[in-house]
Design a protein around this ligand. Structure first.
Ligand code: ATP
Ligand code: MG
Ligand code: MG
Length: 368
């Protein structure tokens, strides 16, 4: 024993490992890819497929608790680890709900929060029924495995050939993530997008960060601005829903809940991630206790820390070749630079991020 096991070796696992090390705790990262960014900074590593029985057995024996930084961990991997006696947080229910957009929407509505209207789709006929119910424009997504907007197709308002649109959506989803489009959502004309990074400790204590506004480009998060310029009522409602989700899921760890804010200030839940979240990276520099430390605290059974924000912040992802601007960023005062140590800056790949800090309550710059 002695370490926190982390399934997944990307930048989130890397930042979790750094946060653990700062608290005197060790992480043992389990990931299939040899050059995983988290391997540079963890105390122990296993390079193996998620379904390799002997590797899972050794991993379970070597760690005190297991968490994950990637929500597409096969459910069987988590089941196997639980059978081997590992304590896994967040638990199997949260993972199963988050992995399936249909279950996720049913869950959110069942706890009294709202989502976009939706309809399960598996062929042209069900797509037609869904469009009648929801109207246009609408958006087709896969139930599973989507990230960074991949596998999604907008069905525009004007009436094109639906058969062609369906074939195109299937081809795109298959090429991008190897899955089928299977849920139709109403296209929300939102005022802005926000998220709540929340945490629940092993004893049921809850900590919630102030919601940032999130801007996407090509389906990928580009900028998070903390705090979002929304009313106190809207922020409270998003926090209240997040807290309810945490307790209903009997959750331990950090969650990232994404919301659409409507023009009247009401919020719809878009989706949630059962892990630390890109829109919470600003907490590394603008809060005494970051989302990564908060997650490690929860999983290690520590009390949660104070989520208060000491500064306002604007976080920008460095995507693909943008990471080449690191020298310029490094020269700029009040930019906090984070680079993930990935060697291949291919287009769309998250290579690092920078956070600009400002005194609390500073006016926004014109572009923000
Ligand atoms: P990630 O997990 O990386 O956040 P994802 O692939 O799971 O992304 P979503 O969060 O579902 O994708 O969608 C990505 C973005 O596309 C959203 O943040 C939003 O900007 C836009 N979008 C998604 N669904 C809708 C919708 N129903 N109406 C309007 N815009 C949407
Ligand atoms: Mg998602
Ligand atoms: Mg999303």
């Amino acid at each position: 024993g002695g370490a926190i096991g982390v399934l997944g070796g990307g930048q989130l696992g890397r930042m979790l490992s750094i946060a653990a090390a700062r608290l005197g705790l060790k992480t043992h990262v389990f990931a299939p890819e040899e050059n995983s960014p988290a391997f540079d900074v963890c105390a122990a590593r296993t390079i193996a497929a998620y379904d390799e029985p002997a590797a899972l057995e050794r991993f379970a024996a070597a760690v005190d608790a297991v968490t994950y930084e990637f929500e597409n961990i096969p459910a069987e991997t988590v089941e196997r680890l639980v059978d081997l006696g590992a304590w896994v947080a967040p638990g199997a229910k949260a993972l199963a709900v988050a992995q399936d957009r249909l279950r996720e929407k049913e869950f959110v509505n069942a706890i009294g929060a709202r989502t976009a209207p939706y309809h399960a789709v598996d062929d042209l006929a069900s797509l037609e029924v869904g469009l009648k119910k929801i109207g246009r424009p609408a958006i087709l997504k896969t139930r599973r495995f989507g990230y960074d907007g991949k596998g999604q197709t907008v069905i525009p308002a004007d009436n094109g050939d639906l058969r062609l649109a369906w074939e195109e959506a299937k081809r795109k989803a298959w090429e991008e993530i190897g899955a089928r489009p299977s849920i139709l959502e109403g296209f929300i004309d939102f005022a802005c997008e926000i998220s709540v990074i929340g945490a629940r400790g092993a004893e049921g204590d809850i900590a919630l960060y102030d919601p940032p506004e999130n801007r996407h480009q090509g389906g990928i998060l580009r900028t998070s601005i903390a705090p979002a310029s929304i009313s106190e009522e809207t922020a409270d409602e998003a926090r209240r829903i997040t807290a309810k989700m945490l307790s209903e899921l009997d959750y331990v760890g950090v969650i990232g809940v994404e919301f659409f804010v409507l023009k009247d200030g009401a919020v719809l839940v878009n989706e949630f991630a059962p892990r630390v979240h890109n829109s919470g990276h600003w907490t590394l520099d603008a809060c005494a206790v970051s989302q990564f430390e908060q997650h490690i605290r929860a999983v290690a059974g520590w009390p949660l820390g104070d989520p208060a924000r000491h500064s306002d912040a604007v976080m920008e992802n460095l995507i693909g070749a943008e990471v080449d601007s690191w020298r310029e960023c490094a020269r700029t005062r009040q930019l906090c630079l984070h680079i993930y140590g990935k060697d291949d800056p291919h287009p769309g790949r998250k290579m690092g991020h920078v956070t600009q800090l400002k005194p609390r309550g500073s006016p926004r710059s014109p572009q923000a």
